[in-house]
Design a binder for this molecule. Structure first.
Ligand SMILES: CC/C=C\C/C=C\CCC/C=C/CC(=O)SCCNC(=O)CCNC(=O)[C@H](O)C(C)(C)COP(=O)(O)OP(=O)(O)OC[C@H]1O[C@@H](n2cnc3c(N)ncnc32)[C@H](O)[C@@H]1OP(=O)(O)O
Length: 291
């Protein structure tokens, strides 16, 4: 799916416009102008994000450092998007590892305090930022690897699934999954689609309906993560793995992209049809209540 978005961003101007409308991509850039990285190795830091970029390897490491649990607030999401935009604009940056500076937690998912009791304007901006993060990671031209060095529920799991590869710390205390159902909320359809693309239809059905959080071993078994390593090795393994991915010529990447793009389009058409059906059904119910 990520590759599919990459392809359409490269080749389909119409869809680019559609996606940029969906993601409201001007939103992050409007706040702070991106700067190109000039040094051989550099480090740029916002309050909540630290990026180390090694120009000799072309690999950047994004450290999420929003205590206590890297919950995805509007402010944090905006910082992530700005950092991604900057890296994306620097053509020498070919790979991105995303990890956490917080002990025991990769990301606790969406910031619950940023969703509750806020104005409609805030909620709209918040959801645009969530979509923007999702699209920017999925549509990135960089190879992206999630170094999941702690628990990663809900939106944290989503973030990791938008990456090309996931390496998780092999610690049974940690868990990962889309647990929204357990919180009494429904995961948006694009959370669901992202999981279907990662682990398949049946595993997603089980995961979402039961709101399952998986141990690292269980996550590996269903393909939610690709590799488990000792806690101390997550970041080094991620950078080693990146070397292998960057050795693959970009053109092959684009070819696979076309296959996935086809699947993604089919999925989108189905989703739109299903939304239309739901609206029609809701109208029918409404009418039958009136009479
Ligand atoms: C605008 C929108 C309007 C409507 C939308 C409606 C519905 C659609 C929403 C659908 C999608 C939702 C996706 C989500 O991501 S929802 C968030 C789900 N997240 C969780 O369930 C994670 C909950 N947290 C945990 O499980 C643990 O905290 C964790 C394992 C991450 C870490 O455990 P640890 O023991 O290390 O720390 P804690 O003591 O539990 O927590 C420390 C402090 O952090 C606060 N915290 C934790 N998670 C969140 C969070 N997601 N948002 C905000 N704050 C969080 C926690 O309360 C503690 O705070 P203090 O008590 O220390 O103040």
């Amino acid at each position: 799916m990520k590759m599919a978005l990459r392809a359409c961003l490269r080749t389909k101007p119409g869809l680019t416009a559609l996606l940029s409308q969906l993601s409201c991509s001007g939103h992050a850039a409007a706040r702070r102008a991106p700067a190109l990285v000039a040094q051989r190795s550099s480090s740029s830091t916002s309050q909540k994000i630290k990026v180390d970029f090694d120009q000799s390897s072309g690999v950047a490491v994004m450290h999420m450092q929003s205590p206590p649990v890297n919950s995805l607030s509007l402010e944090f999401l905006t910082d992530v998007c700005i950092a991604l935009e900057k890296l994306e604009m620097d053509k020498s940056c070919r790979g991105l590892v995303v990890t956490s500076s917080q002990p025991k937690v990769f990301s606790a998912g969406l910031d619950i305090l940023d969703m509750y009791g806020k104005s409609p304007e805030h909620c709209a901006e918040f959801w645009k930022a969530v979509q923007e993060m999702w699209l920017k990671f999925y549509g990135s031209n960089m190879i992206t690897i999630a170094a999941v060095n702690g628990s990663s529920p809900a939106g944290g799991c989503l973030l990791s699934m938008t990456c090309d590869y996931r390496i998780m710390a092999d610690n049974p205390r940690y868990s990962i999954g889309l647990n929204e159902t357990k919180l009494g909320i429904v995961a948006p359809f694009w959370f669901k689609d992202t999981m279907v693309n990662t682990v398949g239809h049946r595993a997603t059905e089980m995961a979402l309906q039961l709101g399952l959080l998986y141990s690292p071993a269980e996550a590996l078994k269903i393909g939610l993560v690709d590799q488990l390593v000792h806690e101390d090795q997550v970041l080094t393994t991620a950078t080693e793995t990146m070397t292998k991915w960057l050795a693959i010529p970009g053109i092959l990447n684009i070819s696979y992209t076309c296959h996935f793009f086809h699947l993604w389009c089919c999925n989108l058409v189905c989703t739109i049809c299903s939304c239309v059906c739901q609206v029609i059904a809701a109208k029918k119910i409404h009418l039958s209540q009136d009479f």
